[in-house]
Design a protein around this ligand. Sequence first.
Ligand code: GLN
Length: 486
Amino acid sequence: MKLHELSAHRLHKLIKNREVSVEEIVISLFQRIEKVEEKVKAFLFLYKKEALEEARKWDKRISQGEDIGPLSGIPIAIKDNICLDKKETTCASRILKEFYPPYAATAIERLKKAGVIFIGKTNMDEFAMGSSTENSAFQITRNPWNLETIPGGSSGGSAVAVASGEVPLALGSDTGGSIRQPAALCGVVGLKPTYGRVSRYGLVAFASSLDQIGPVTKTVRDSANLLQVISGKDEFDSTSLDYSVPDYSESLISELKGIRIGLPKEYFIPGIEEEVKKKILTATKVLQDLGARVEEVSLPHTEYAVATYYLVATAEASSNLARYDGVGYGYRTKEKTNLIDMYKKSRQQGFGDEVKRRIMLGTYVLSKGYYENYYGKAQRVRTLIKEDLDKVFQDFDAVITPTSPTVAFKVGEKIDDPLKMYLSDIFTISANLAGIPGISILCGFNKDNLPIGLQILGKAFDEETVLRIAYAYEQNTEWHKRRAEI
Ligand code: GLN
């Protein structure tokens, strides 16, 4: 296999045994990027010069006998809504163009300590609003399995960068499915941690009660290793929680004896593609063969999840995005005008259509006279959705579902129909509303060779079980070995 096809774990072993240098890895990835980036457009920014300098520094340290950790010298891509100090952070929005944060996100600081090499920032739906990465103000990212299809979103750039061999690791963010859904559509591993597991400090806020940063990787082991580094309490984020972080690598055992898994009947609805359904049921059998007990369960409020999410998320977004007024950050209208008009024009010209749609919706649901009927009610339904899951988790260790009702769809297919687009997240958003962890792993392909994702949801702060099930499945199947040919 070529270097760009290897997982971070394999690269680590090669570095450790001095079979390849970090510089060779970085050079090989940039060659790969030169070959495929024009077709897939995963990156908004690339840091070739700095990455090579860092690589040489690592090689020197290694040659001096320094002990290295699992991520030392490993290249990574970062979604462009996570602040890397002094690097342009745009959220794929005109309004943040030329915004250079003076500080780095806590997740980034932790990655620096672990020794990663930053390769670049990846494309995304503007402010992480979308399911196809078509809402970027700058470019359309394409799915390497079929360049006519979208990669999913909003972390589409991160998923594509990993799926097409440009990097072994990436960070994404997940508010309603934005790590898991693109991971599913691109055939890679995407993990949304428990709310509060990873600090949100330095992640540009979309919906603060739902957002989490998480890993996008080729394998489950890499996901565990990356989560290990970014997890844990952070004094800069009061919603990050002080739970001890276990050694995730210990949960990577490839059998499932004693594990109880629920299969929620509400997730096999009309609208789900037949081939997706089939592959999930086949995966279920694999899990059973590995020793898990799988039983049908019910999550009766599932049908309200999409509506609830779009009330809560838009309300929070409208409040979070009020700060972009042309004064403190990024874009300001060039027109000479008075103060109020400057605010208006900067926002009008700076935000894209989907972001404006959500600001309007969010402002409406929070307005006097409607607040109780929409936002208040959504909060109550959110609790019901969480209670459904709590109840199932009294008897089960995990729940499995499809990650997405469909495989990757064509570029342009849903962009003019926001409601259709919103249904892409029907299976992922309950985890955000309930704050629980979820992973998407590859569990097969449809007849057109497009990837299908299996989602595994777990109890809050039980990423270990989620990783264990994912790992056991992966180790006993071959899907993850297939690479997109571009
Ligand atoms: N697709 C969903 C949305 O548009 C989820 C986005 C996300 O997780 N950031 O809101």
